[in-house]
Design a protein around this ligand. Structure first.
Ligand SMILES: [Zn+2]
Length: 300
């Protein structure tokens, strides 16, 4: 674990803290096969060296925080892929590989975030979430493994449902590590910003999550063009650190489609607007790679 004061010091100096870009879609771009039930999980078995290379590229592009490849290593996801018995080993390995990347190439402080995703890869997520009476304990187990393996903070990624999101946040907080929240959003036909699953508005979700004790919140895995509207809703209800890591392109399970991905220049232009709106921390999600992060570093 490293001292995270450098993050608050950067923000106090009005400098933008940079996250990395996508991990899963970047692995796919480099030819790593994605699992049809647990997406990027399998890469920890088949291509840990490529995972490490992705982390190294983001650190060299200027990321202050890299998120380890544990997004698809939640217990309920591994179970659907027949990989449940690898739960502890793969989560620990995801942190270990990120630490190795940091040790090899970081020139300054870089925080390693453990990712916990209260989401699913099912068309009807409600059928594939952890059962509500077990979800807290399953998320806690993952949070504890990531913390013990050396995570500096935890990011709850792709929060799309209030019940599952709340349990994952609660679980992560039990480790004592800083907890960051990634809220996935969509804009409906009326222009309202909703949580991904469309059962709740973003405003409602922020109202519930704001009192739980997390340290930062993000509009993440959201279309780049909708992120500013999401950030405005977040800013109205969240007093902590905040930011954006948006996506570009679209997903046809198990592969991200890169045909329409935004250029690094255009992504950096969008990010300038987020900074004007008060974002402290910026990175990228699916489709956004090291070239985009490097451009953010040069621009912001
Ligand atoms: Zn994404």
């Amino acid at each position: 674990m490293i001292n995270l004061d450098f993050i608050d010091e950067k923000i106090a100096r009005k400098q933008i803290v940079l996250l990395d870009g996508a991990t899963g879609s970047e692995l796919e771009k480099r030819g790593v096969a994605m699992n049809s039930a647990a997406w990027s999980a399998e890469a920890m078995l088949t291509a840990p060296d490529v995972v490490q290379a992705v982390h190294e590229d983001y650190i060299q592009a200027g990321a202050d925080v890299v998120t380890c490849n544990s997004f698809s290593l939640a217990r309920h996801m591994l179970a659907r892929a027949g990989m449940a018995e690898q739960f502890r080993r793969l989560n620990a390995a995801a942190i270990a590989v990120a630490i190795k990347a940091r040790d090899r190439v970081a020139a300054g402080p870089v925080a390693i975030a453990g990712s916990i995703a209260p989401t699913t890869f099912c068309a009807n997520p409600q059928l594939c979430y952890p059962p509500l009476d077990q979800a807290l304990s399953w998320y806690e187990q993952q949070a504890m493994i990531l913390a013990e393996a050396g995570a500096d903070l935890l990011i709850i990624e792709m929060i799309e449902d209030i019940a599952q999101g709340s349990l994952a946040i609660k679980a992560a907080l039990t480790t004592g590590l800083p907890v960051w929240l990634g809220l996935s959003c969509v804009k409906n036909a009326g222009g309202e910003i909703l949580l991904w699953e469309q059962g709740h508005s973003l405003a409602e979700a922020v109202g519930i999550f704001a009192g739980m004790g997390a340290d930062a919140a993000f509009i993440m895995h959201t279309e780049t063009e909708d992120a500013a509207a999401g950030l405005a809703v977040l800013a109205a209800g969240w007093s902590g650190k905040r930011g954006v890591y948006a996506h570009s392109g679209n997903f046809v399970m198990p592969n991200w489609q890169f045909a329409d991905v935004i250029t690094p220049e255009a992504y950096a232009d969008a990010a300038k607007k987020w900074v004007e709106m008060g974002a402290d921390i910026i990175g990228g999600c699916c489709g956004i790679g090291p070239a985009h992060i490097r451009r953010l570093k040069e621009t912001l």
